[in-house]
Design a binder for this molecule. Sequence first.
Ligand code: CTP
Ligand code: MG
Length: 227
Amino acid sequence: MSEFYALVPAAGSGSRMGSELPKQYLPLAGQPMIFHALNALCSTTDIGTVFVVLAPDDALFHAYDWSRFGNKLQPLYCGGATRAESVLNGLLASEQEPDDWVLVHDAARPCLTQAHLVKLIAEVRDDEVGGILAVPVADTLKRADGTQRIAQTENREGLWQAQTPQMFRIGLLLQALQSARDVTDEASAVEALGLHPKLVASEPTNFKVTYPQDLLLAELLLSQKGN
Ligand code: CTP
Ligand code: MG
């Protein structure tokens, strides 16, 4: 039987957030932002260990009390210069079996629920390639010319927005990331091998906190969940 692991890249600086504190540590619903994703992953019984990839000089993580997650939560101080590098370094440092599954999830997606995780695992665990949470694009898409005017309307049929977790066999993902480093998600690296990961329908609520205005929405969603 294959095992399931989670790996949470959390070595970014949050430059678009524009705050001194790296965004994964910004206060959100009474906890540092990263707590919420770790909580969802650690609460899922199928997942054996949750690795969190931190910057080598991270001095903030250990200042919080993570004892409620026990040994299930394992920090790795091996983050790299890009997200893909952080994920690759984390996979190498975690030393898990190539046939086991890893769910890679952004520290900056705090509204992930256990229902999302259960659905992803159920729909991908028997898949040959792996898969990702994603949502079909809902808005009409415009392509801009160089002067911020509309050059044309794009056909949105068949377009999805990629989210995380992204779930792959560890051996395949290692191979993919070692040959395609300049990717912004795991699926792109796997696609570059000529493979076609599965799209598992998620919800817009599993969005990534990127800009300051995203914090308010995340706070609202998390406070609803708490009630
Ligand atoms: N990440 C990482 N290592 C990096 C860059 C990003 O582990 N060198 C992580 C971030 O901590 C985050 C996830 O990848 O959990 C998604 O990245 P993003 O939202 O782009 O976060 P940042 O890179 O921190 O933000 P920005 O791009 O605005 O600087
Ligand atoms: Mg980034």
